[in-house]
Write a protein that binds this ligand. Structure first.
Ligand SMILES: O=C(O)CCC(=O)C(=O)O
Ligand SMILES: [Fe+2]
Length: 200
């Protein structure tokens, strides 16, 4: 394990390992990564939109789409077949049923693109992310009375992380812009709120 991850989960310093954060390298092989990248190259990704702004990162939603421009939550195209084995692995890693992971978000970060501090929308519950092509750093912070608690998780290509519980609800995360292209595939389950929204 890289030192930073060992530190994050070092029992001697539990304060810096937010509960609910899990990580594993090499969830897929290099050959599987290449096959996924070939599949992703055939997907139409469009600039993330937020209240009239166009973000630098390019995204595609499957299963369900949350539109940040309109705050609407709508059905989207089904998760493509070539992503289903990856969803199976994500569910196994997170201890979920594969059918719980009803959304797949594909993100392409070209050089200079990142994602700012945020919590994922409350319509979602579990967040399981796989990194492809290049490494990145998942930064985490939690507001304190003064300032923030901070930590960071290096994300190797072909690795997986799971955000649940405290780290998912009580902490924000972000990814700094990088110099090289990275892809991520994030699978999410619905929260009680999300399940109620889709039942309407
Ligand atoms: O690229 C990633 O791994 C993180 C994406 C993310 O945080 C999000 O889309 O909410
Ligand atoms: Fe996120």
């Amino acid at each position: 394990m890289p030192a930073a991850i060992t530190d994050l989960f070092d029992n001697a310093s539990p304060a810096i390992g937010p509960p609910g954060l899990a990580y594993a390298p090499d969830i897929i092989t290099a050959a599987e990564e290449q096959a996924l990248l070939a599949g992703l190259a055939g997907i139409e990704v469009t600039p993330f939109r937020f209240q009239g702004w166009l973000g630098k990162r390019l995204t595609a939603s499957f299963g369900w789409r949350y539109d940040f421009d309109t705050a609407r939550f709508d059905p989207a195209d089904p998760i493509p077949d070539f992503l289903l084995p990856l969803r199976e692995k994500a569910a196994g890693f997170a201890g979920l049923y594969r059918d719980d992971l009803v959304q797949a978000l594909v993100v392409r970060y070209d050089p200079g693109a990142g994602i700012g501090w945020h919590r994922d929308r409350p319509l979602f519950e579990h967040v399981v992310g796989i990194s492809l092509e290049a490494p990145a750093t998942l930064r985490l912070r939690r507001r304190r009375e003064r300032g923030f608690d901070r930590t960071a998780l290096p994300l190797a290509p072909r690795s997986i992380y799971h955000l649940s519980g405290e780290v998912r609800h009580g902490w924000e995360h972000s990814i700094a812009a990088m110099a090289v292209r990275r892809w991520s595939v994030t699978f999410r389950s619905l929260s009680e709120k999300g399940l109620a929204a889709v039942a309407r």
